[in-house]
Every structure is written in C-alpha cells, then in structure tokens.
Design a protein around this ligand. Structure first.
Ligand SMILES: [Zn+2]
Length: 70
C-alpha cells in the first residue's frame, strides 16, 4: 500500500524549517505531538498534492525515511 509519504501524490519535497522560522505550532503526524514555536523541524510536501503538506519533527521523519535529507 502506498501512502502519501511514500509517493502516492508524487515525490515528497522535504524542507528544513529553522527555529527562527517556526512561528506557529503544528502537530507532527509521525507521533501526534506538538511541534512548539521556535523548534526547527521539516515541512514535507507531496509534489502533486501540496495542500497535504505536513510538519514533522526531524526525528520522526528520519525514522520514517532513513535517507531523508539533513
Ligand atoms: Zn513527531
């Protein structure tokens, strides 16, 4: 089964959000917990469904995709 983080909506673009850029709180889909304001994290965007972008903790994404950038 292909999920949205496994290419269902095309390759996932992963970008780093620096701590100073993190001015909003998000919920990480990897662990279901908050990413507080001021914490660096990843924003992961399916290239064919950019409205499904989600913010992930570094550790949660790296655990999911061992070869993720960063
Ligand atoms: Zn997480």
């Amino acid at each position: 089964m292909t999920g949205i983080w496994d290419g269902l909506y095309g390759p996932v673009e992963v970008r780093r959000v620096q701590p100073y850029e993190a001015n909003k709180q998000y919920v990480c889909p990897g662990c279901g917990r908050d990413i507080p304001v001021g914490m660096g994290h990843y924003v992961c965007v399916p290239s064919e469904a950019t409205d499904l972008r989600r913010h992930w903790h570094y550790a949660c994404w790296d655990r999911r995709v061992p070869n993720a950038p960063g």
